[in-house]
Design a protein around this ligand. Structure first.
Ligand code: ASP
Length: 369
């Protein structure tokens, strides 16, 4: 009879002998609980030559602050869900990003906000679209999830529900910024597309893995400049711009939402990872020597299996390639219970940051970083 350690040690040795990864390149002991966290503040034509040092420093500081807010929670044993909300709240209140305050304008000159949140433990979720007076739409999405009767609320109904839950409201002035109003005017005057005037998507999002092994994802946005007719983007569409499932991963996206919906980006990344990880586990188990009765001499424990960063990166890159094939641009952040946090984007840059319990900390803007 093997003790737990011997069983696990044996499996780890066998996997290594088979050339299968038992832990990530971060040298983290696979039996140690781990956390990881990633955030984004949009992707697009974000180039060094178009930013001055002051703007760059402001973006980096904002990302760093949001990253720290989430990692403080995760480090101290807090939940993935709380980490996601803490980071997004800061980014929603920051006028530099297209979410909450600083959201882009619709064709009619209003700010209409979308947000979603999803809990990987049981795939409970809350999403809202077309809200105009809720200061932090991510909190409204979380209330929808907590309430649990519905998953997706829109417009006036969503605002009525927010009122019942006592959420803070804000006047149109809070959300409106001059730069965004000017972008709408330029779009109308020159008949440009949203990406032509904005050069980037400024949606904000966060994904987290906590020490209990739970993942969560959240995303918040004003959508696209000049959007019309009650347009809804990918952000509140679960499985597109926001998705979380403990069995595989958590994803938050930014980009031209229409393409992310059509490619079901969030769900597709998580499904790819689920099958990849499952196959690795099955292959490892099938390779375990059998006893005289034909039974495996030990069981490969799932907690020993850990995907390489390259595997997770490949799943995220494949989804972004799919978006590109359809004609779309943007990016994603991904965390998985089976591996480190990754980014993938098919644009010049993406406002992004990540941190892990293995000591990774990165805050970056341009694609070359
Ligand atoms: N994905 C968002 C949307 O299409 C836009 C963005 O990422 O900024 O609504």
């Amino acid at each position: 009879m093997f003790t737990k350690n011997l069983v696990l040690g044996g499996a780890a040795m066998l996997l290594a002998a088979l050339g299968l990864p038992v832990q990530a390149q971060d040298d983290h002991d696979p039996m140690e609980p781990r956390w990881s966290f990633a955030i984004h503040g949009g992707a697009g034509t974000i180039k060094r030559e178009n930013m001055n040092a002051e703007q760059e420093a402001e973006y980096l500081a904002a990302l760093d602050q949001a990253l720290e807010a989430g990692t403080d929670i995760l480090k101290n044993g807090g939940s993935a869900m709380d980490a996601v909300v803490a980071a997004i709240l800061l980014l929603e209140d920051d006028p530099k990003f297209n979410a909450g305050r600083g959201a882009v304008f619709t064709w009619e000159g209003e700010n209409e906000l979308d947000a979603a949140i999803m809990d990987g433990r049981d795939r409970s979720a809350g999403a809202v679209t077309g809200v105009k007076s809720i200061k932090n739409p991510i909190l409204l999405a979380r209330e929808v999830m907590k309430d649990g009767r519905h998953v997706f609320l829109s417009g006036a109904g969503a605002e009525e529900f927010a009122g019942e839950r006592g959420l803070e409201t804000a006047s149109p002035d809070w959300f409106a910024t001059e730069a965004r109003r000017e972008a709408l005017e330029r779009l109308k005057a020159r008949q440009l597309s949203a990406i032509d005037v904005d050069h980037k998507f400024g949606t904000v999002g966060a994904v987290a893995l906590d020490l209990e092994g739970n993942v969560a994802a959240g995303t918040s946005t004003g959508g696209l400049t000049g959007k019309r007719w009650g347009r809804i983007g990918d952000v509140p569409v679960l499985g597109a711009g926001t998705y979380a499932d403990n069995r595989d991963c958590a994803v938050s996206a930014t980009g031209q939402g229409e393409y992310f919906i059509r490619a079901a980006v969030g769900h597709s990344i998580c499904q790819t990872l689920k099958y990849r990880w499952r196959k690795m586990l099955d292959d490892a188990q099938a390779s375990v020597p059998k006893d005289a009765d034909g039974n495996p001499t030990f069981i490969v424990h799932a907690s020993e299996m850990w995907l390489e960063e390259a595997d997770i990166q490949a799943a995220a890159d494949a989804a972004m390639a799919d978006v590109k094939d359809l004609g779309g641009t943007g990016g994603v952040i991904v965390v998985s219970p089976f591996g480190p946090a990754v980014f993938s984007f098919n644009t010049a840059g993406m406002y992004r940051a990540r941190a892990t319990s293995a000591g990774v900390k990165e805050v970056a803007i341009y694609g070359s970083e």
